[in-house]
Design a binder for this molecule. Structure first.
Ligand code: 0X9
Ligand code: ZN
Length: 307
């Protein structure tokens, strides 16, 4: 199996980030956007095909939840695909000709490291709250979108603990800060999770429909993406607004980004549907990543058309 068909430790991923930049100095920039609560760096890769005026951009983050190992694997997969197939594959060429791409391979490095060393099923970050002996907040409940209402918990021991206040966690704060300062250029947002095979869009923090709901579901976007996965990979993905498709879950990055004005905002839940769950074997990485790549490309193409 190649490097990209395996899971990698956090140190390996840091090494890979550095190596990828050094091997592709004209295309790849590494941006330090902040650090985790245990002071690990949060690096974003910026892929930019040509200089000249700033282009519009797309953002992809992976590894919000520590145990969802297929997610960082997808971010690495996407970067490899972009660097290897630009000029050969039509879809990725079209994307990189029209958009700069920001990729955050591991939003929750402390939690990810912890799943490698201590507890494979850890979800949250590793921040220490003052009052309690429980550790960690759920970074996908810590953004400022109906923060800590139904679907999140104010109990620090809960798996869906929302944190002390919106953006209380350095990881979510760093991402929010970066996106706030790039909100005019970033047109398209993806957050990669597992598992359950779903293509979700706002809202998850309320059952209300997003203002462009019909555009997001339509044949153009989520629906077409799911159909392509079905056609090419014979695998079923559900799609829809998060709140109605899975559950109410406030404080998520996708809803916050949407309210910031980035109207094409998606959360992908990759393979599988529960057989292996978070423990998806490495032999499934190729198909899981190709499915997500197909969906991402389908949606990106539509957004570029509308720009
Ligand atoms: O609950 C979540 O944060 C995500 N599911 S997961 O099993 N990966 O934890 C779904 C996120 C959907 N979007 C929002 N809740 N905003
Ligand atoms: Zn998740």
């Amino acid at each position: 199996a190649s490097y990209y068909e395996k899971y990698h430790s956090l140190n390996d991923i840091y090494f890979w980030i550095n190596q990828t930049q050094q091997d592709n100095p004209n295309i790849v920039k590494v941006i330090l956007i902040g650090s985790s609560s245990e002071k690990r760096p949060l690096y974003v890769l910026k892929l930019s095909r040509n200089k000249g005026p700033e282009k519009k951009a797309m953002w992809i983050d992976c590894g919000i939840h520590a145990r969802e190992w297929i997610s960082p694997a997808f971010c690495l997969w996407f970067v490899r695909h972009s660097l290897s197939f630009y000029g050969q594959n039509q879809d990725i060429t079209h994307i990189l000709d029209n958009l700069d791409v920001y990729i955050l391979p591991v939003m929750n490095p402390d939690g990810y490291e912890y799943t490698w060393t201590t507890n494979r099923m850890w979800r949250k970050n590793r921040s220490v709250s003052k009052s309690d002996n429980c550790i960690g907040a759920d970074l996908n409940r810590n953004f400022d979108a109906n923060w800590c209402t139904e679907g999140a918990s104010d109990d620090p021991c809960s798996e869906i603990y929302c944190g002390a206040f919106p953006e209380s966690e350095p990881e979510s704060q760093s991402v929010a800060h970066f996106l706030r300062s790039h909100k005019d250029s970033v047109k398209l947002y993806f957050s990669i999770h597992s598992y359950s095979q779903m293509l979700l869009f706002p809202y998850s923090c309320t059952l209300d429909e997003a203002e462009n709901h019909n555009e997001l579901v339509s044949l153009d976007m989520a629906q077409e993406a799911a159909q392509k996965i079905r056609r090419y990979y014979r695998n079923i993905y559900k799609y829809g607004a998060g709140g109605k498709t899975i559950y109410l879950a406030p404080g998520g990055s996708d809803d916050w980004v949407y309210n910031l004005g980035i109207k094409y905002s998606f959360t992908f839940e990759l393979q599988d549907r529960g057989r292996y769950g978070f423990l998806l074997p490495p032999s499934h990485i190729t198909q899981a990543c190709n499915e997500a790549l197909t969906a991402l490309k389908t949606i990106a193409r539509k957004v570029i058309e509308k720009m």
